[in-house]
Design a protein around this ligand. Structure first.
Ligand SMILES: O=C(O)CCC(=O)C(=O)O
Length: 336
């Protein structure tokens, strides 16, 4: 592991033992109900419900990020990770967790895959939602979509399978600060909510062609601590010569991602490594976890892919503060 410096603070400050707990500037909005009725929000025709802005004190806390300098993990073949442990301090991360779980809308996506003649229905084992647009388009301030090259409205059938929606302010504040400290730019924000240790994401890599070569993907964890596992992709037998022994000896990695931690996967990582959040029992796994990834899709296929697999066609789910669980949104409206 190597350590890289922060742009904002002296390294000695980051490595002082146990940093003192900072005095809170105001009490935490432990649940969604804390916001006053005139609180500003984002509202677009493509949102099922408006999304409130982050409270000012949380925006101010974000200006203090990163809370720790990043460590660079690049001591194995094809691996290049920056690990901010944490990026935002735990008390701020926990408030962000409650805010995002309490105010975003989520989906439980189902889709079919076909292997040979056999079709299988996949139930995504977590709640997901997504915001953003690939680089060929841009949002007008009213949420309508313009061609990036001409600033004219897109053809109505440019995105036949989805209704892209702008990144709400509460996630955009996080996107901007993440861009600064990861030195990359992002036009998509994908959000996962793992309700408990039964929710998971299986081994995969984010190496779709629509992300371009060597994509940088930043991933912020909020809420329960969960293990993030990584392993090198299998090396095809024909390449499996002695010169490639270092690939076969690549060791799996386990990063115990805690509330406020941020990792950046970059360089050859996505092309060569797989990552997962496995199901877990015990620890904090019975509590919820929010994961936010920022990515940059280059072409329109990326937009359609992200909305298909993170929104789909099913019900909208929202956090219910009384039941303390996600409920289908229509039922939420009826039962208050
Ligand atoms: O929840 C996480 O930390 C990982 C999420 C992930 O791998 C993904 O969204 O592709």
């Amino acid at each position: 592991m190597q350590t890289t410096g922060s742009k904002k603070r002296a390294l000695t400050e980051f490595f002082s033992p146990a940093s003192p707990k900072r005095a809170r500037k105001c009490p935490p909005p432990s649940e969604a109900k804390a916001l006053p009725p005139d609180h500003p929000h984002d509202s677009y025709t493509t949102y099922p419900i408006p999304v409130p802005h982050l409270p000012a004190y949380l925006c101010n806390e974000l200006l203090e990020a990163p809370f720790a300098a990043s460590k660079r993990i690049n001591d194995q073949a094809d691996l290049d990770i920056l690990y901010f442990q944490p990026f935002v301090p735990k008390d701020v991360a926990d408030d962000l967790f409650h805010f995002i779980r309490g105010h975003l809308f989520f989906y439980r996506v189902q889709y079919k895959i076909k292997r040979g003649s056999i079709e299988t229905l996949i139930n995504t084992p977590r709640y997901t939602t997504v915001f953003g647009l690939d680089d060929t388009s841009q949002f007008h301030t009213d949420g309508s979509i313009l061609e990036a090259s001409t600033s004219k409205p897109i053809s109505p059938n440019k995105y036949p399978t989805c209704s892209p929606r702008p990144i709400p302010q509460c996630l955009d504040e996080l996107r901007k600060i993440t861009e600064t400290f990861t030195e990359s730019s992002y036009n998509f924000c994908l959000v996962n909510y793992y309700a408990n240790g039964e929710d998971s994401i299986s081994y995969h890599s984010d190496d779709e062609r629509f992300l371009g070569a060597d994509p940088a993907i930043a991933s912020l964890s909020l809420g329960a601590k969960r293990d993030f596992l990584m392993k090198h992709k299998p090396v095809p037998p024909k390449e499996n010569g002695s010169a490639l022994n270092s690939l076969n000896s690549a060791k799996p990695l386990k990063l115990p991602l805690a509330s406020g931690d941020l990792i950046l996967m970059r360089g050859k990582t996505q092309a060569n490594w797989l990552h997962s959040i496995p199901k877990r029992k015990g620890g904090e796994s019975d509590q919820g976890r929010v994961n936010i990834t920022f990515r940059k899709a280059m072409v329109k296929g990326g937009t359609e892919n992200y909305y298909q697999y993170n929104v789909g066609k099913g019900a909208v789910w929202r956090w219910n503060v009384v039941k303390r669980e996600m409920v289908p949104w229509q039922a939420d409206v009826k039962t208050g």
